[in-house]
Design a protein around this ligand. Structure first.
Ligand code: DAH
Length: 339
């Protein structure tokens, strides 16, 4: 029995020495020390020993058990340390590598321009009003004094949903919403999307953006309109910018004008941006037509007002020298990240 015990010790030590991971060590432990293990089997057979032999073999068996346990314990901590070392090596972070750059988002150039223009008018005391893109034909045309045969009402030019409901063709119906049921003073701007049945090309899109302005109060004159827009042009295009009003016709204003600013690239001498003109058209404006005030329950004998409408795509394209409007809608980051 003594010999058997010695053999077990040798075999167990060899198995421990050969084991290279925790799993194998656990299995070795079970194989020698477990309930059905080799050492346990020997101990079971001790009943057959004489009274003198029993304590000697018993002591030896305990010694063997202790040695195997110690060997396993020692190897286990060595294996664990090696595994940890291996993991640390694998997970080592090279702090000298370049960091992964985070690309922060930014506003689309149209949103930037909308915000810049809005900030200027808010600074002058206008507040921001909103109106729906799906609008009543009445607000988009009739209330704005567009006669039944006005060309813009044509099915060819306007997206109708029903004969009475359409996608607004301009932000001007927000004027009506701002005046209905209210009395002056009224001072609003309203940026937003508008829709027209246009084929897509370098200067047209079936959806584009405008910014509407409306001011109604007592004693509002054309001089107030000019002063407001001149101030706006200087703040937006630069202190030396001059403004020019050309007579025009809009159904909802009388008189009406198209407004040009002196070219901010050449200062008026003529260049590529202004196509040699020295002037760039930026918006439509005029004094609110008395019919429009009446349609909204405002007495044109007491009150007067001015209105204007800016095309935002146009402003963006002029400001950044963009030659094709489609770039603004293509979501190409190579283009958008320039702004
Ligand atoms: N609604 C006009 C358009 O879409 C722009 C415009 C012109 C708006 C004159 C106005 C205005 O408020 O007074 O072409």
């Amino acid at each position: 029995m003594k010999k058997q015990l010695e053999e077990i010790l040798v075999a167990a030590k060899a198995a421990v020495a050969a084991a290279e991971d925790e799993g194998t060590l656990k299995a070795t432990q079970v194989a020698y020390l477990g309930k059905k293990g080799a050492l346990t089997a020997i101990l079971r057979g001790m009943g057959g020993l004489s009274a003198e032999e029993r304590p000697i073999i018993g002591a030896l068996a305990n010694e063997v058990r202790g040695e195997i346990e110690a060997a396993i314990e020692e190897k286990l901590s060595a294996v664990k340390a090696a595994e940890l070392e291996k993991r640390l090596q694998n997970e080592k972070v090279d702090v000298t590598l370049p960091a992964k750059a985070k690309k922060p988002g930014r506003l689309h150039p149209l949103s930037q321009v909308e915000k810049e223009l809005s900030d200027i008018f808010v600074g002058m005391g206008f507040s921001i009003a909103e109106g729906p893109e799906v609008e009543l034909a009445y607000n988009n045309f009739d209330a704005l004094n567009a006669p039944a045969d006005h060309p813009s009402r044509d099915f060819q030019d306007t997206f109708y949903i029903t004969p009475e409901v359409l996608l607004r063709t301009q932000t001007s119906p927000v004027q009506i919403r701002a005046m209905q049921g209210k009395q002056p003073p009224i001072r609003i701007i309203s940026p937003g999307r508008v829709y027209r049945c246009d084929e897509v090309d370098g200067t047209h899109s079936p959806m584009f953006h405008q910014l509407e302005g409306l001011l109604v109060d007592k004693d509002v004159s054309l001089g107030d309109l000019k002063g407001t827009l001149e101030q706006f042009a200087k703040l937006y295009f630069g202190e030396n910018t001059r403004t020019r009003f050309r007579p025009h016709n809009f159904p909802f204003t009388e008189p009406s004008a198209e407004v040009d600013v002196s070219c901010f690239v050449c200062g008026g001498k003529g260049c590529r941006l202004c196509k040699g003109e020295g002037w760039i058209e930026i918006l439509g404006a005029g004094m609110v037509h008395p019919h429009v005030l009446e349609n909204c329950g405002i007495d044109p004998n007491v009150y007067s007002g001015f209105a204007f409408g800016v095309g935002l795509e146009r402003v963006v394209m002029i400001k950044y020298g963009i030659e094709d409007m489609r770039y603004l809608y293509e979501n190409d980051l190579r283009f958008l990240s320039q702004f």
